[in-house]
Design a protein around this ligand. Sequence first.
Ligand code: SAH
Ligand code: MG
Length: 215
Amino acid sequence: MIDDPAAAAPVRIDPARKKIADDAKGFMPDAEAEALYDAAWAMASYGPILEIGTYCGKSATWLGAAAEARGGQVVTVDHHRGSEENQAGWEHHDTDLVDPTVGLMDTLPFFRRTMHAAGLEDVVTAVIARSRTAAALWSTPLAMLFIDGGHAEEHAQADYANWSGFVMADGVLAIHDVFPDPADGGQAPFHIYERAIREGFREVRVVGSLRVLRR
Ligand code: SAH
Ligand code: MG
């Protein structure tokens, strides 16, 4: 592979599409989204990009934009019921995201609107499942894996354990919300980042809490 996932992509995201990503609910500063896009741009022609943690499709819009430009595909996995920290009474709860009929969070309709508005319905494929269930059914090598799912230790460790083996040689593993200092945020993503480094992934880029690693 000759593309450098740490380099700026030669073509930036279309401004209209960036506006769609900006308008989607989610948790990703521009600089991190740009770095994710750059890595996806470099990798998308080698195989699928898989995201764990879709939420309302903000990061999927960036990944999808890069993949489309390179003739690639994105798969994004989420049960759409929210993480622990998204549930009622927790810090990141958003009552707009509750399905009143069932009384549980449901981010899927928001994700679908985002993909429709971004014109990415043929590029980004949603898998509505628990991460571990989807992993058990998966077998395709991944050009890029982006872990941004549940941030409880149990979920982050399982995401790494169940999915990282699918990253192809020279492929990319990106991890979001990596905070080496506990004062800045939860430690589970940092722990799987450390584990990835121990197990031979090389860090190629750091932007905010995003880590871009390469096998
Ligand atoms: N990548 C998104 C944000 C993801 S938020 C963005 O940048 O816009 C984390 C998401 O992970 C939530 O939508 C939650 O439902 C999902 N999630 C948490 N634990 C999960 C699990 N075990 N399996 C599947 N999805 C999970
Ligand atoms: Mg995140």
